[in-house]
Design a protein around this ligand. Structure first.
Ligand code: NAD
Length: 484
């Protein structure tokens, strides 16, 4: 059986213990993964620190950018391997991995390679009492060793979203991919070798969170910053762990996102857009809409049309080109989603469609599939309307006025994303600007320009990444004041 190893100081190394890597489509073990012991996390951090003193610390921005482009080339060269590794680990449809996950990984390196070459710094001419003046200018320096901790829903996409700007700024990284999806972070090590990234600059340690590689990394005194994507409660645990060593953190956390649909929307485009926003990646995208608010005039028609969309999704085998709905990531996550399906009914929901487990009559019955599910009729205070479920599920509620829709959408402790669907662009702008979130889409969803700020408010995160915001997080500015 294939063994997925840690990657430390340019070498693939086994750990002390192993755990299973399971294919969520049929529950079969596809590989064994070596869990990094604390001593190996320490070795990875030491290798990263040492590598910063070598070639990587001396080469200029132009050469760093060129190597980032070569990483993108190396990903594209191994495109099918990355797609297959991601499909096997997540169970997501091959069409999605080939269209979204892997191309975006390459794009992440290309965008930050370009950006870092174009980025400037601040400069100020300062008046002084003796009339000679002073010149202030900033220089951008890497943070040092960055710990990168990522989730399983878009494993390679989210990992490279952090690794690319961190490397662009001249840092070394120790990454801890999700225990559910270890393959592509390990494959990326081969792309790093192809691209001439010096040993020790990109390290991978496998394992879990508490008492394992994740915690060891966050507590490590020689790690200069932690960038994390995952659940809000994990973010809270990491904040505590980094407090004694006062590390900067960048947190991209959970969401309970709203979509607001006005009666003047383009109905067909909106149904397609909301269907993606609810069901893409089996609802396992932090930006997915779990709360859908519909102007009352079109409520009945909308619920019926979205029901048809949900029922037309095809949960085939992941490698079948027609498949557009995969399984959930694990048995444990399926149990969590099903517990919300049960809770919704206890809380008084009407099941429009779904609510259970599909039956296939083949090995997919051993996988972790659930039915795409739509509810109506929940009271606003219901837990199912407040807590992130992270599955192919939404609740649809009617509204009567723009003010009411805005108040409903903002009534959450999260604040990641929102989408507004209307034919009236004036209203689109007006409502979008009232959303308490990090990103609002008007008449679209998940359309990402990698130069734009990305992040959340409230329980959805701390800080912004994307474009210059990433460069600002992954570097320190040293202001130099010169008396003239
Ligand atoms: P998770 O928080 O359970 O795990 C994420 C990573 O953190 C994993 O690598 C895990 O091993 C590690 N981890 C867990 N506990 C830790 C600890 N105490 N110390 C250090 N590391 C620890 O999240 P998940 O279930 O893998 O991912 C789903 C969550 O991620 C959802 O809440 C989703 O909304 C969120 N997410 C957010 C964004 C965003 O951009 N805001 C993007 C994708 C996913």
């Amino acid at each position: 059986m294939k063994l997925i190893q840690n990657y430390i100081d340019g070498r693939f190394v086994p750990g002390k213990q192993e755990f299973d890597d399971v294919n969520p489509a049929d529950g079969k073990v596809i590989a064994r993964v070596t869990e990094a012991a604390e001593v190996q996390v320490n070795e990875a951090v030491a290798a990263a620190r040492c590598a910063l003193r070598g070639e990587w610390g001396r080469i200029g921005i132009r050469e760093r950018a060129a190597r980032l482009q070569r990483i993108a080339d190396a990903i594209e060269k191994r495109f099918d391997c990355f797609v297959q590794a991601e499909v096997a680990d997540t169970g997501k449809p091959v069409s999605l991995a080939a269209k979204l996950d892997v191309p975006r990984a390459a794009a992440n390196f290309r965008v930050f390679a370009d950006l870092v070459k174009m980025s400037g710094v601040e400069a100020f001419q300062t008046e002084t009492s003796d009339g000679t003046g002073a010149l202030n200018y900033a220089v951008r320096k890497p943070l040092g060793v960055v710990g990168v901790i990522t989730p399983w829903n878009l494993p390679l996409l989210l990992l490279t979203w952090k690794v690319a700007p961190a490397l662009a700024c001249g840092n070394a990284v120790v990454v801890k991919p999700s225990e559910e999806t270890p393959a592509t972070a390990t494959l990326l090590a081969e792309a790093m070798q192809d691209a001439g990234i010096p040993k020790g600059i990109y390290n991978v340690v496998h394992g879990f969170g508490p008492g394992s590689a994740g915690e060891f990394l966050t507590r490590h005194p020689d790690v200069n910053a932690i960038t994390f994507t995952g659940e809000s409660k994990t973010g809270a645990a990491i904040m505590k762990a980094v407090a004694p060593t006062v590390k900067p953190v960048s947190f991209e956390l959970g969401g309970k996102n709203a979509a607001i649909v006005f009666a003047d929307c383009n109905f067909e485009e909106t149904i397609n857009g909301i269907s993606d926003a609810v069901f893409l990646n089996t609802g396992q995208v932090c930006l997915c809409a779990e709360r859908v608010y519909i102007e009352r005039k079109i409520f009945g028609a909308f619920v019926e049309a979205l029901k048809q969309q949900a029922e037309s999704l095809y949960a085939g085998w992941p490698n079948d080109a027609e498949t557009n709905l995969g399984p959930l990531i694990s048995a444990q996550h399926r149990e969590k989603v099903l517990s919300y399906y049960r809770l919704a009914q206890e809380e008084g929901a009407t099941v429009v469609t779904g609510g259970g487990i599909p039956k296939f009559g083949d090995d997919r019955d051993n996988g972790f599939y659930v039915q795409p599910t739509i509810y109506t009729g929940l009271p606003e205070a219901a837990r199912c309307g407040k807590e992130e479920i992270f599955g192919p599920v939404c609740h649809i509620a009617p509204f009567d006025s723009e003010e009411e829709a805005v108040a409903l959408a903002n009534d959450t402790k999260y604040g990641l994303a929102a989408s507004i669907w209307t034919g009236n662009l004036k209203r689109g702008h007006r409502v979008a600007q009232q959303m308490s979130v990090g990103i609002t889409w008007v008449n679209c969803w998940f359309l990402r320009d990698l130069r734009t700020p990305f992040g959340g408010v409230g329980l959805s995160g701390i800080g912004r990444e994307g474009g210059m915001h990433s460069l600002n997080f992954y570097s320190e500015l040293n202001n130099i004041c010169v008396k003239l």
